[in-house]
Design a protein around this ligand. Structure first.
Ligand SMILES: [Fe+2]
Ligand SMILES: [Fe+2]
Length: 265
């Protein structure tokens, strides 16, 4: 089973990159399932049902999120009604929405149908402090394993130490842990000894002639003056960042992880 994970989709350029490049990536890698982080898909801040619909219709099966979850008030509708939309699992009990879900996926065993569980969690280092993901995620993974052999985790976090420690803790218990949030793709893709594929950060999908997807000058001005600035989404050098992961359907262990960095021609 081959899945593509797409790093944070930023604004209209990011959505356009997914629409334009996903068909080619699907054919090239024979993808069975596509997961994308959509926390910046609405003008760089948050997500709305309209943006989610656009991303789903481009061929994405599941959308994850992160700390920008609440930026658009319409997100409440997604949290209430959309089973394919995840928010970090480690919000307090009673928070709307869900942090994990199980989906059907085409595979070569079990009469061609397998289940994949997707989990979204958020780190706590240099980020808003949620419940401890190191305590919240393992029991959820144990629960999900009863329903799905294949488990994918999007760990939305800032610090590489927290990301690596979290993924090492889950080694052998999930098929893959891929980090998001920093918008900078790391080059440390690997498969841990227990069979978990790992990448500290998938990067971001959107305009790279920018600072993390935003126009450059206002961000520099903010650092120079310490005064608030409006950060518009940038326009140029649009790239799709992510990773393709092959997972053994019988064992749930990763076979291969390949970083993806694709430009709109
Ligand atoms: Fe984030
Ligand atoms: Fe982001």
């Amino acid at each position: 089973m081959k899945l593509l994970f797409i790093g944070d989709i930023v604004g209209e350029p990011g959505r356009r990159a997914v629409k334009t490049l996903l068909p080619k990536l699907r054919a090239e890698h024979q993808l069975d399932f596509v997961i994308a982080n959509g926390e910046n898909s609405a003008g760089g801040s948050g997500i709305t049902p309209k943006m989610a619909a656009e991303i789903f219709s481009a061929g994405v099966d599941v959308i994850t999120s992160g700390d920008h979850l609440w930026d658009q008030k319409d997100v409440m509708e997604l949290l209430a009604n959309e089973k394919r939309f995840l928010r970090p699992l480690n919000y307090p009990p009673g928070t709307p929405g869900q942090g994990s879900a199980v989906f059907d996926v085409r595979c070569s065993v079990s009469d061609g149908r397998c289940s994949i569980a997707v989990v979204n969690a958020q780190g706590r280092t240099f980020m808003p402090v949620l419940e401890n993901p190191f305590l919240v995620v393992p029991p959820e993974v144990d629960r999900l394993r009863q329903q799905a052999k294949i488990i994918f985790v999007d760990f939305h976090a800032e610090a590489t130490s927290e990301k690596i420690a979290f993924a090492r803790m889950l080694d052998g218990r999930v098929g893959a842990v891929v980090g998001t949030h920093t918008h900078v793709q790391t080059a440390d893709e690997q498969i841990f000894p227990g069979g978990t594929a790992y990448l500290s950060d998938a990067g971001f999908t959107g305009p790279h002639e920018s600072v993390l997807g935003r126009e450059i000058e206002p961000v520099i001005k903010r650092f120079v003056t310490n005064m608030p600035q409006k950060f518009e989404v940038a326009k140029d050098r649009i790239l799709l960042h992510g990773a393709v992961i092959a997972i053994d359907e019988a064992t749930g262990k990763a076979l291969k992880i390949l970083r993806v960095l694709e430009a709109i021609a």
